[in-house]
Design a protein around this ligand. Sequence first.
Ligand code: HEM
Length: 451
Amino acid sequence: MRDTSYQHPNDPVPQLTPTEHARVLTRVLASPVIKGPIIRRPKAVDMAERMDLDSAGVDELKKLRAKYGPGPVQLQLFPGRRIALLLDPEDVHRVLNNTPEPFSPASMEKRGALNHFQPSGVLVSNPEQRKIRRPFNEEALEAGKTVHSHAETMTRAIREEVDALRGHLDFTQALEWKAFSQMWWRLVRRITLGDSARDDEQVTTYLNELRARGNVSYLVPKNRKQRKRFLTTLQHYLERAEPGSLAAMAAHTASTDKTVPEQQIPQWMFAFDAASWGAFRALSLLSVDPETSAAARAETQESFPDMPQLRAVMLESLRLWPTTPLILREAEEPTTWRNGTLQEGTSIVIFAPFFHRDDETLPEAHRFSPQLWLENRDDSDWPLVPFSGGPGFCPGRNVVLLTASAVLGELLQHHDFEPASSTKNVSEPLDLENLPGTLSPFSSRFAVTRR
Ligand code: HEM
C-alpha cells in the first residue's frame, strides 16, 4: 500500500495513472451505463451477467485501495469534469450524511438523465427547492413508517394481481420475466396512481420512452411534448386522488407552487421498476433455499403485512445486486480528505457493489445472509447502502419493502418455485454460499408447481 500520509492537505487527492483511468472507465463505470442507468436494456444486462461485469468493478476498486490506501482517488472524465471514487465506508458516511450541502445529490449526470421527465423532481433539486420537496416526498411516502397507512389498499391490489397471475402459473407451470413484469406494472399503477390506472399502459409507455432518453442523457434533445403528455396524465390522477393510492397521499399533502407534486410521482413509478428486478432476484434466492421459504410462508400467516423475514430477503437481494450501483454526489465546495483535497464541482462516486461485496471486510460478502438485516445493527458500522443513507436516503424504502415482501409472500402461498433452465452462463442453480456478482432478472425462469 502506498503511504499517502506525507501529503499536505492542500495537495490534490491522488490522481489515477492513465492505465488505471482506462481500467476504471471500462471495468467500473461502463457497466452501469451499458446496462442502462435509468431504464435497463435486458440484453445488455444478460451480457453483463455472462461477463460478470460487476465483480470486475469490485476487483478493480480493491486493487486501487491496496495501492493508494482507503482515501478517495480521482480521475478526469473529460476536461473540466473530475470524478472521485470513494474506497472507505467512513467516507461514504461522510458524504451521505452531509447531503445536500456540501454534497449535492443533483449532480450534472443525474440532471442530464432525469430532466427528460422530472426536472423538478427532488433528486435533481437545488438545496432551496429540496427543503420543500424532500419533506413532501417523506410525508406522502410515510418514509418513517414500516407499514404505510395505505397498506390495506396496497395489499389488496397485490393479492388481486398475484391471483390473476396464478392462472398463468398453473397453465404454463412456469414463471418468466415477461409475465412477472406485466403483473408488477399493473400493481405499481394501482399503488401509485389508483385502481383505475391498472390498465393504463399508455402512462407506462410515456414514462419508459422518456426514461430511454434519460439513458443517453445530454446526447439527445428533450421530447418536451411527450413530457407534457406524461405529466398531464399524472396531474389527472392527482386530481382523481383515488382513496388508498399514493396519488391521494400526494394530493392531500401540503404543497406550495414550488413543490410541483406531479413531478415527484415519476420517481415513484420508475423506481418501482428497480423493485421488480430486486423482487425477481429475491425469488431466485428463495427458490434454492427451502428453509427460508418455509419460514417466509409461516410469516405470511402470522404477521402479514409486516414480514421481517421477507423484507430481509428483499434487502439481501438488493445488497447482493444493488439496483442503484452508482450513488452520485457533487461537491459544491472544495473538500479536504485524509489524502488531500478535491476541487469544487468534483463528482463523487459511491460504487455500491464494492461496499456490498468487499470480501476483505465483509465475511458474508458473497453469501446469502438475510440475517444481516434481521440483527439489530448500527447503520454507521458498515456501508450497506441499497437505499442510500443520510438525509437523502430513499424515502420509498418502506413502501418498496412492503410491496415486494407482500408479492413474494403471495407467490409462495400456493406454489413452489424451482430454478429452470435459462440463457444464463452463471452456475445454476445459484450457490447460496458463493453468489455471482451479476444476476440478470430478465433471463431468470422458474418451474412452478402448485402446493
Ligand atoms: C428497489 C427499489 C428502490 C431502490 C433500491 C431505491 C433506492 C434509492 C436510492 C439509492 C436513492 C438515492 C439516490 C441518490 O442518492 O442518488 C433513492 C432516492 C429516492 N427514491 Fe428510491 N429506491 C427504490 C424504489 C423507490 C420507490 C418505489 C419510491 C417511491 C414510491 C422511491 C422514492 C425515492 C425518492 C423520492 C428518492 C429521492 C430522494 C431524495 O433525493 O431526497 N424509491 N432511492
